[in-house]
Design a protein around this ligand. Structure first.
Ligand code: 5GP
Ligand code: MN
Length: 339
């Protein structure tokens, strides 16, 4: 990513100056990057004396609950009336870390009904289709949090960002890069991290609060998934894990518990494509990961109503687990040459 166009920053400055009620939206099933980015922007705007709210369609995982500002998040699922009225009354809307309106789940329609608000998208997913007034879409950047750092830096005219903002941005970059592994080969990312460190954050504490924060149930579920529910197709360089609602219930599943499971098969020698299938109420939620050129975002968009990045994507399928897995295995055979 080069420097941000000055005309975009000026336009954003104008929007912020004119705004009286700003809402900041994350995609459904929020992750460290979407939550960290929303909260960093929220705290930054509050520091500027602006009225702002973070609205997220459903709950944030437990391991993010401690992030500065997280107590003030409005959750669409728990407080629909408040979320809907805030959306209707907003004159500035930020879309953080997503590229399609339907990633707002049940809130999508309400946002589309607000025609008076200026809309700004800040995201790093390919192929954005949100008709925002101002779009910061940089697909090579590690995370939305890294992109937001650059935006805040430009708005802040050289002033050091505050520690609570820096903590959220660091959490976003750290989680979206799987601790600085994926999509983190650009030196820019490390420069941003260096500047965040200068805001006085404790990287080790942030790591511990996010990754050493699992329940015993989650660890045992992971053991079960690895031992009993991981399927390895060595000749296809593919591995996947599948978990039913019943199994999740047995392990007292709470949101966030299967976070990272999709990466587990990838640690096996020779595996270049992995998937995680989670049975939800009416559908199977799927995560995909790959190494190299096999584009899981295109695979997911073409066959599982999803999208995402080249090497990390997600989707869903409205059939039984059995049919979904059959479909997946058939496709894996068809794509054998590309994986
Ligand atoms: P995860 O597997 O960690 O949930 O998601 C990996 C990536 O895929 C993220 O960048 C996320 O935004 C994207 N993603 C996950 N699920 C979906 C989905 O259902 N639709 C789309 N378009 N993207 C998704
Ligand atoms: Mn992200």
């Amino acid at each position: 990513m080069n420097t941000l166009p000055q005309k975009d920053i000026s336009r954003l400055q104008k929007y912020i100056k004119q705004a009286t009620k700003t809402i900041i939206l994350s995609h459904v099933n929020p992750d460290g990057d979407s939550v960290g980015s929303c909260l960093a922007l929220y705290l930054f705007l509050r520091e500027q004396g602006k009225d702002a709210w973070v609205i997220i369609p459903n709950n944030i995982p437990d391991f993010l609950q401690w992030l500065p500002g997280a107590d003030n998040i409005v959750t669409g699922k728990n407080n629909p009336d408040e979320a809907i009225s805030l959306i209707a009354g907003a004159d500035l809307i930020f879309y953080m870390d997503f590229n399609e309106i339907n990633r707002l789940d049940q809130l999508s329609g309400y946002v589309q009904n607000n025609r008076k608000a200026a809309q700004v998208m800040i995201d790093h997913h390919p192929a954005p289709v949100i008709p925002a007034d101002l779009i910061f879409s940089y697909t090579t950047v590690s995370s939305t949090a890294e992109l937001l750092f650059k935006i805040i830096e430009s708005l802040n005219s050289g002033k050091k960002i505050t520690r609570p903002v820096a903590i959220n941005l660091f959490a976003g970059i750290m989680t979206d890069t799987g601790c600085f592994r994926y999509n983190a080969s650009n030196p820019d990312t490390w420069e941003v991290v260096s500047l965040l460190m200068k805001s006085g954050i404790d990287n080790d504490e942030i790591y511990t609060r996010i990754y050493d924060n699992y329940s015993e149930h989650r660890m045992r579920l992971m053991g079960y998934a690895l031992d009993k529910k991981m399927v390895i197709l060595p000749e296809l360089h593919t591995g996947y894990i599948w978990l039913t609602r019943e199994e999740l219930k047995n392990y007292h599943y709470v949101i966030g518990d299967t976070e990272g499971f999709v990466n587990l098969p990838m640690s096996i020698k020779g595996i270049r494509f992995s998937a995680l299938f989670i049975e939800q109420d009416k559908r199977i939620k799927i995560s995909f990961r790959s190494k190299g050129n096999f584009a899981v975002n295109r695979f997911s968009a073409a066959y599982f109503n999803g999208g995402g990045h080249l090497n990390a994507a997600g989707g869903e399928w409205n059939e039984t687990m059995e049919n979904t897995l059959k479909r997946f295995e058939k496709l894996v055979h068809e794509f054998a040459d590309e994986i």
